[in-house]
Design a protein around this ligand. Structure first.
Ligand SMILES: [Zn+2]
Length: 222
């Protein structure tokens, strides 16, 4: 658990920040980890009254424990409308595999799904955050943005990397950009927000020079 901005805690679900969930004001959970992490997520939340779970998208590494945790906490679940059918079925929206592989992926990457409510662009989700539609990595992907202190919870619209080879903010890998043009548009939209802090589904938070690095990325791919 790491506080990254006022009222925003990163819940670490893998070493080196390889997978993250976030807590807003100790009552809104953003993303829920992989299915096998149910106990870990549950422990991290044990004393908290979680009222709402917001999924940035319905991939297994973000929605993997949502059915269990929402049942345990009695929390409502919100996710972008275009991901709701996959979420109900408990399958990840397709990534960019050759067409013959898509049924294989959908058979292998399953989790306990549920019927959630649609999250829309501009919806307030708590703690001063509003949803920003950032489709591309998945059709219903949303990020969360807090204007007053410039905090962006990007989900997988952006990927954070910090290792001895490179550091900063990147696009998802090509295979994870099934709708590449939308990924680019989403990144350009996020860059216009000029965030001060960027929190990622994958990677350590970017807390310095975030706006500058993100606009450099937007320019490079635009
Ligand atoms: Zn994803």
């Amino acid at each position: 658990m790491q506080t990254i901005a006022e009222g925003v805690i990163r819940v670490s679900l893998a070493p080196r920040a390889a997978l993250n969930a976030y807590l807003i004001d100790e009552r809104v959970l953003v993303d829920t980890g992989m299915p096998h992490q149910r106990r870990r997520v549950s422990r991290a939340l044990r004393d908290l009254d979680i009222e709402r779970i917001v999924l940035t998208h319905a991939h297994v590494d973000h929605a993997g424990t949502v059915a269990a945790i929402s049942a345990e906490k009695g929390a409502e679940v919100l996710c972008g409308a275009a991901d709701l059918a996959d979420l109900a079925a408990g399958v990840s929206p397709p990534i960019k595999l050759g067409r013959p592989m898509i049924p294989v992926q959908r058979a292998l990457v399953r989790y306990r799904g549920l019927r959630a409510s649609p999250l829309h662009d501009g919806d307030e989700v708590g703690g001063g955050f509003v949803a920003v539609k950032t489709r591309g990595h998945s059709p219903g992907h949303h990020s969360l943005w807090r204007e007053h202190d410039g905090v962006l919870i990007a989900g997988d619209a952006l990927i954070g990397v910090s290792n001895r080879l490179r550091t900063g903010v990147f696009r998802p890998l090509a295979a994870l950009r099934p709708d590449d043009a939308s990924v680019t548009r989403s990144i350009q939209r996020l860059a216009e927000l000029r965030p001060k802090v960027i929190a990622f589904g994958h990677g350590p938070p970017l807390v310095q020079d975030a706006a500058h690095q993100l606009s450099a990325l937007a320019k490079m791919i635009g």
